[in-house]
Design a protein around this ligand. Structure first.
Ligand code: NAD
Length: 479
């Protein structure tokens, strides 16, 4: 059994407490590694290392920092197979998904932000007799806190822009999925990153994470995770005037209009609901269908979802692997019980699949579609974050929008129609940070990404990330 370490000042160091946590593979229930249960002492150590490194790192050129990010991207690409296996082992997701989505995205994130920083510019404002120009300056030490659903994908999404803008980083990955973050630390060492520029502290959110966001020398917190945790992060960080980016939960609607390309919409709705076992913040877990095609659409959707294969994450035939943990599956199953008590009918799934050892001990659940629920029910309004989608009929655009916008969340939506005017009209009226038309999860890394309402505060992506991870300073020169 391997024991992982924290990564501070380019050295792998044990936790101050000497205490380790079990890292469990959710597909088999086996303990695959021990990870540090870090506390405030480890966080202090990491932040001090980052602080020491940040002054000289801030004085490097953009080109040097971008070159480092490119080197990291190349090493992630070179170790892609190993990283995909580890990501699958840690999360339960299919290896194929990790190899085609998670790891390529981590490579792309480092390459993209290297390029974006090289090509960015700042503004100048000319006045009568004076010139203003804007400088962008690093913040110092930034904290990156990431969830378990897309571990390396989201860590790289934050680390690349933070570093390329000249900040030193202390990252706290999810305690459930620590392995690829540790490989990333190795990669920083391999490519010769200056000591203290990238630091990693493992452990529980309430201990290591909380100590990090409360640390006086941390200037900014970029957090991706649940809405309730986001509120705690904001509560701790706001009175200390830290810059905050919060990417939180979702209960996203997929809107199916009668004039859609039917087969494409069935495929799109199924993929949006169940990719990564439904554990993507952007998953379309509420499928709203024009009443005139409701029966036909639901029937086709159920056929499509029943054809999904649940099981061994290593098999290329597998569509859905395990949920991230047995405890998370319990929570998701709790929603199935709730759905029944709220009057819902399970159209497919709803059970644990029967799998051969060692997967009989894994946290698997069949993809589940539930009909007959009120759009205001708890099942249809709370984030479940698992392979569970509800279907609801609507009559006309107004009702579709009322249902879609009738939740506390506002992360994303996808709408399926062949009517261009309707697409623009509905997209403009949806209360979300992202709308996809006739597609889902098609991502351009330059676009603003984030949520409204309880789905978060701020935008990341492209120039938004570069701006978040820097402070603009105006210089006014009298000419
Ligand atoms: P979580 O909120 O439980 O944990 C996220 C991270 O925060 C983990 O690293 C955790 O250890 C840490 N944490 C927990 N308590 C903390 C505290 N008090 N102080 C500091 N850090 C703390 O979320 P999760 O269960 O890992 O992830 C699932 C959630 O993430 C879902 O709600 C999902 O929608 C959301 N998510 C959002 C996005 C987005 O971009 N909006 C992307 C992915 C996931």
């Amino acid at each position: 059994m391997t024991s992982k370490a924290n990564f501070i000042s380019n050295a792998f160091v044990p936790p101050a407490s000497g205490v380790y946590l079990d890292d469990i593979a959710p597909a088999t229930g086996e303990c695959i590694a021990k990870i540090p249960r870090s506390n405030a002492a480890d966080v202090d150590h990491a932040v001090a290392a980052a602080r020491k490194a940040s002054a000289s790192w801030a004085r490097t050129t953009v080109a040097e920092r971008a070159d480092l990010c490119d080197a990291v991207a190349s090493r992630i690409a070179a170790r892609a197979d190993e990283l995909a296996q580890l990501e699958s082992l840690d999360t339960g997701k299919p290896v194929k998904l990790a190899a085609t989505l998670d790891i390529p995205r981590a490579v792309a994130n480092f390459r993209f932000f290297a390029g974006a920083a090289r090509h960015t510019s700042t503004a100048a404002h000319e006045m009568d007799g004076a010139l203003n120009y804007t400088l962008r300056r690093p913040l110092g030490v930034v904290a990156l806190i990431t969830p378990w659903n897309l571990p390396l994908y989201l860590l790289s999404w934050k680390a690349a822009p933070a570093l390329v803008m000249g900040n030193a980083v202390v990252a706290k990955p999810s305690e459930l999925t620590p392995l690829t973050a540790s490989v990333l630390a190795e990669i920083f060492k391999e490519v010769g990153a200056p000591a203290g520029v990238f630091n990693l502290v493992h452990g529980f959110g309430a201990e290591a994470g909380q100590a990090l966001i409360e640390h006086r020398d941390v200037a900014a917190v970029s957090f991706t995770g649940g809405t309730a945790t986001g509120a705690r992060v904001a509560h701790a960080a706001a009175p200390l005037f830290k810059k905050l980016s919060l990417e939180l939960g979702g209960k996203n609607a997929t809107l199916i209009f009668a004039d859609c390309d039917f087969d494409a919409a069935v495929e799109g709705a199924a993929r949006a609901a169940f990719l990564n076992q439904g554990q993507i913040c952007l998953c379309g877990s509420r499928i709203l269908i024009d009443r005139s095609i409701y029966d036909r659409f639901v029937e086709a959707l159920v056929v499509r979802v029943r054809a999904m294969r649940v099981g061994d994450p290593r098999s290329p035939e597998t569509t859905l692997g395990a949920l991230v943990s047995a405890a998370h599956r319990d929570k998701v199953e709790g929603y199935l019980t709730l759905a029944k008590s709220e009057g819902g009918t399970i159209l497919c799934g709803g059970k644990r699949p029967s799998l051969a050892p060692p997967f009989d001990r894994g946290a698997f659940l069949e993809p589940t579609i539930i009909a007959g629920l009120s759009t205001k029910s708890r099942t249809a309004t709370q984030e479940i974050f698992g392979p569970v989608a509800t279907v609801h009929p609507f009559e006309g655009e107004t009702e579709a929008l009322e249902i879609a916008n009738g939740v506390r969340y506002g992360l994303s939506a996808s709408l399926w129609t062949r009517d261009l005017s309707r697409a623009h009209r509905v997209a403009a009226a949806l209360e979300t940070g992202t709308v996809w038309v006739n597609t889902w999860l098609l991502r351009d890394l330059r676009v603003p990404f984030g949520g409204v309402k309880d789905s978060g505060v701020g935008r990341e992506g492209g120039v938004h990330s570069l701006e978040f991870f820097s402070e603009s300073k105006n210089v006014c020169v009298k000419v």
